[in-house]
Design a protein. Structure first.
Length: 124
């Protein structure tokens, strides 16, 4: 996997942070050797969705990498679908600075993914 769509989705209150993190995390993914395409691309690329939301002082941040997969079906043509191939979740109790907590969790999950990706795909 070299080409991916990448999108960060944060709570509505963090639209400015979402834009900043989108740019910063795209740079990090590119530095690791991934090509980032626009979400509007019609190619069947892998997708990374990183989402975060907070309810009652508990923040959940989720990172999912999905790839297109063909599933065989008896007596019919194959079914093309997105399959999650790598995912991580994080739950955090947020007391004071929710923005800092969200940013830290996003960065932590991207670090975890990049560590696994680079382990499987060493740079040459």
């Amino acid at each position: 996997m070299q080409t991916v769509r990448f999108k960060i989705l944060l709570d509505r209150d963090f639209a400015d942070l979402e834009r900043v993190l989108q740019t910063r995390m795209e740079v990090r993914l590119r530095q690791a050797g991934l090509k980032i395409v626009e979400p509007s691309s019609t190619e069947r690329e892998a997708s990374i969705i990183l989402s975060s939301g907070t309810l009652n002082s508990v923040n959940q941040t989720t990172f999912e990498l999905s790839r297109w997969a063909k599933l065989p079906r008896a007596g019919a043509s194959e079914l093309l679908t997105l399959a999650v191939v790598w995912a991580r979740d994080s739950l955090t109790f947020v007391r004071v600075d929710e923005r800092a907590a969200v940013q830290a969790k996003v960065e932590e999950l991207v670090d975890m993914f990049l560590n696994e990706y680079l382990k499987a795909n060493p740079k040459r």
